[in-house]
Write a protein that binds this ligand. Structure first.
Ligand code: MG
Length: 354
């Protein structure tokens, strides 16, 4: 049976989270000055989750290299790894990754893998793990933003409302919606759609669409944008859900490519609406993990290669954070950043207990 998020009374839940992880604790522990967004002390709007950065580190304490992993390994009960740039690079496994997963599991630690890439479902991701030799990973340990979108809709009882989802995105979102018994249209089936631009030509949207999910889509076109725009502006209470807001992604090793921020930006631009973000740095996935395993946030360690998603995601949720220099962040960028991880490593091999 699929695990579901429990998201009722989210703001009350957030208040309880803050009660045991107060800002004063952040101040003393991190020795940094924290500025709250002056709109609210709660990072959730009453419409749902957003990807807002709710705290801003305004000083730059020394960035610490993790030289002795034992204390980190002793203190953290659960590790969350970003995938690309941490576990693998493209189609190459990063040295030490498999051994680390084995080591952590043998120590009784929980391990999760998190990715903002929505083009694959958890089942499809598992095939990639296995193809790279990571046969010690389970599908339930993979948290993709495609899964997060479907799980979020399930948590708000969307499937029982008889509504459908309009998908801007690829097969990963469709597979997760199917697995969660959520009806959908659009997506891959609309990738070759043309518009009737003759006099009187128009697109007619399905009035039963109650949510538009926007994920990375290499086949986005004007038909999909117009369809989504009509659903969001004309269907009552239609939700706008973004798998993530990543500005760039890595389709090839030759350059950075426009990320899902481009797709979300198109819909945001024509509707003037803000999306509910379900991937990093939104708190939804970490809330799910915390509730499931009944852990304190500081018992969880986030290991990532990107400061503005992985490390910010960890810091915003009170996790321990480790930046790996095996991905997109250089040492120069790290040392000049206002987002400071607890530690940095060259690669996950540095976490091995040698
Ligand atoms: Mg990454």
């Amino acid at each position: 049976m699929e695990t579901q998020f429990v998201l009722s009374s989210r703001c009350a839940f957030q208040a309880s989270r803050l009660s045991y992880y107060p800002i004063s604790h952040l101040l003393s522990k991190k020795k940094t000055r924290v500025a709250l967004n002056n709109r609210s002390c709660c990072r959730h709007s009453h419409r749902g989750l957003r990807g807002n950065v709710h705290m801003e580190v305004t000083t730059s304490p020394k960035v610490k290299k993790l030289s002795h992993p034992q204390s980190l390994l002793d203190g953290a009960q659960l590790f969350i790894f970003d995938c690309d740039g941490v576990i693998w690079k493209g189609d190459t496994l990063i040295s030490g990754a498999k051994e680390l997963v084995t080591q952590l599991k043998s120590m009784g630690k929980r391990v999760y893998f998190i990715t903002n890439n929505s083009t694959k479902s958890r089942a499809a991701y598992l095939k990639k793990f296995i193809s790279l030799g990571l046969d010690n990973v389970e599908a339930e340990e993979i948290l993709s933003s495609s899964y997060a979108a479907a799980a979020y809709l399930t948590s708000i009882h969307f499937p029982s409302k008889g509504k459908k989802v309009y998908v801007i995105g690829e097969r990963g979102i469709e597979e997760e919606l199917e697995k969660h018994n959520i009806s959908f249209l659009g997506g891959e089936s609309d990738k070759d759609k043309f518009l009737d631009m003759r006099p009187g030509g128009k697109v007619v949207q399905d009035p039963q669409v109650g949510a538009v999910v926007v994920g990375f889509d290499r086949y986005i076109n004007y038909y999909k944008i117009q369809y989504a725009q009509l659903c969001l502006s004309q269907n009552s209470d239609c939700l706008f859900i973004a798998t993530n807001l990543d500005s760039v992604t890595h389709l090839t090793d030759a350059q950075e490519w426009a990320g899902n921020g481009a797709m979300v930006g198109a819909i945001r631009g024509c509707t003037q609406k803000e999306p509910i973000v379900v991937g990093k740095p939104s708190s939804l996935l970490i809330d799910h993990v915390i509730q499931k395993h009944r852990l304190e946030p500081n018992q969880i360690c986030m290991v990532g290669d990107r400061l503005d998603t992985d490390i910010l995601f960890g810091k915003n949720n009170g996790l321990q954070t480790v930046l790996s220099l095996s991905g997109v962040t250089t040492k120069e960028t790290l040392f000049s950043s206002k987002i400071i991880p607890d530690y940095y490593i060259q690669s996950v091999a540095d976490l091995l207990n040698k």
